[in-house]
Write a protein that binds this ligand. Structure first.
Ligand code: ZN
Length: 222
């Protein structure tokens, strides 16, 4: 199916940049609008910046601003879903699916990108992925957008086989890194932890980790 507009549904400010900046770059080239539905403000994150620029209270505000800056850089719209960070798995699943469905019915995307349930790296990823897929399942079959599920667990290729869609984000890697770097409170911690001996080696390592964006087309069995 032709891509007309895309909704990306992930739980944290920065998931959109890590997971779909390459896809967004290509969509921009083709004038395909993208909207990010961001589940939480990532306010329970352990990274507070280096040196710490936040405390628990201010982290939500800081990450809200970083998300705004990242989405400006990416050239996309975003909506906050307002859930609590690290607590999405405890939400009522049907209500969350209905909530997301109501937004999808307004935006009417041709494609929805979300995490592959069971193949996120955080319970929030799995919870929002499952709720987003349920939201699409609740729609009339002929009105459903195509779902691209992003698997980011360590063993997903073993378990799921080769992905259906692979975006080469390495081609436009600077665009992706600039988006990630808008999330200053998170990105600096990540770069610090890598402890690479030189910038060249670090970029090579980052390209290996983030250079491909892979998705599985979700099949609804009915
Ligand atoms: Zn995340």
């Amino acid at each position: 199916m032709e891509i007309k507009n895309i909704v990306v549904s992930f739980p944290h400010p920065d998931d959109e940049s890590f997971g779909t900046a390459g896809l967004i770059y290509e969509s921009n080239q083709k004038n395909i609008p993208v909207t990010y539905l961001c589940g939480t403000l990532g306010e329970m994150g352990r990274n507070m910046g280096i040196p710490p620029i936040a405390n628990r209270e201010s982290l939500a505000d800081i990450r809200k601003k970083e998300l705004k800056d990242a989405c400006e850089h990416l050239g996309i719209d975003y909506q906050l879903l307002g859930y609590r960070d690290k607590a999405m798995e405890f939400e009522n699943k049907t209500q969350m699916a209905e909530h997301i469905k109501s937004i999808l019915e307004e935006i009417k995307p041709s494609h929805v990108v979300t995490h592959y349930p069971g193949h996120g790296v955080h319970p929030d990823h799995n919870a929002q992925g499952a709720a987003t897929i349920e939201a699409v399942r609740l729609m009339e079959p002929d009105k459903r957008p195509v779902v691209w599920a992003a698997a980011i667990s360590h063993n997903y290729i073993e378990e799921l086989g080769n992905p259906d869609v692979v975006i080469d984000a390495e081609k436009n890697f600077e665009f992706k890194m600039d988006a990630i770097m808008q999330h200053k409170s998170q990105a600096e911690g990540m770069l610090e932890k890598m402890e690479e001996p030189s910038e060249d080696i670090m970029i090579k390592e980052l390209k290996e980790r983030l250079g491909k964006e892979e998705f599985y087309i979700w099949h609804f069995n009915e």
